[in-house]
Write a protein that binds this ligand. Sequence first.
Ligand code: SF4
Length: 372
Amino acid sequence: MTTRLADIRSKVESGERLSFDDGITLETEADLFFLGDLANLVRERRHGRRAYYNINEHLNPTNVCVYRCTFCAFRADLKSPRGYVMTDEEIVARAAEADRLGATEIHVVGGLHHQLPFEWYLNVVRIIHEAYPRLHLKAYTAVEWDWFQRLTGRPTKDLLAEFKAAGLGSLPGGGAEIFHPEVRDIICEHKADTEAWFRIHREAHELGLRSNATMLYGHIEKPEHRIDHLLQLRGLQDQTGGFQTFIPLAFHPENTKLSHLPKAGGVMDLKMVSIARLMLDNFAHIKAYWVMLGVKTAQLALSFGADDIDGTVVHEKIYHDAGSDSPQQLAVEDLKRLIAEAGRDPVERDTLYREVWRDGLTWEVERTTTAV
Ligand code: SF4
């Protein structure tokens, strides 16, 4: 082990914060087992043997999008035969299905349609919340909120407050991609910039809404862009404490404008989980999103820093359009088995990481359990 890695180990063992240079050392000098061992130490310090999952469904109300991010296989042009816009009836039917399956959450993200007004997006939240008020609505990435501002000319904080009153529960972490302009300007130059992404999450936190954060890796970015990305997230978390979980997202090249790039391998995936756990010392949770990583890598990630494997999902489109060969959904028993097989204790959580107590499809959140 090099002196620099030995220094990092002693910093982590004593709970000291890692620097940008430490992050670069982890990226360039540490092997997978060094990273996994150290990240697992931090993970077990925080969560012991517990590993979280939830029962959720995804809803992508439209795939029609004005933007053309190079990494996106989900979007469709306005007149494309692939394009769709769900009707109110289809949206409520999806919520009914989620409720029937015992879900505690619906995750809502989609395209930015050329012609749909702001009220259409608000209506998605409103009709689900009115029909199924117990379902937590984790809805719309910062890129979508930025679009709503462009549609209305109103401040995003007002829009967030209006949606919150209509039933919005929290924000997903998408749209972060890579914050550094050397990369962002190439892979998604038109959509919400880094400043807007952070402003929107800060505003959500100020309104009492929790949010998640992501990073899209394995395309044209370099180690310094990834570490910069993590440190920018850590900086806002120091100020607001509003982020719940970080989700490293592996780039899937199929059907995208970057299809010439190779897909990240399992070692890279596990390294990203481990480095995130080590650098984001103020994030409670690191999620191994099985849809993106594949079930087997997500299971391994529970020993490489991750404490959450996400949920049953159902109807995932975004990564399956980009060639993800993971299943469309996992049964609760499968999630629990995967977690137990990894030597962890499965704990069902709601979106806010409160433990869920369940008797069949009837569920209660443990009111006295605070989010970890
Ligand atoms: S990533 Fe989002 S904003 Fe970009 S093209 Fe795809 S749907 Fe549109």
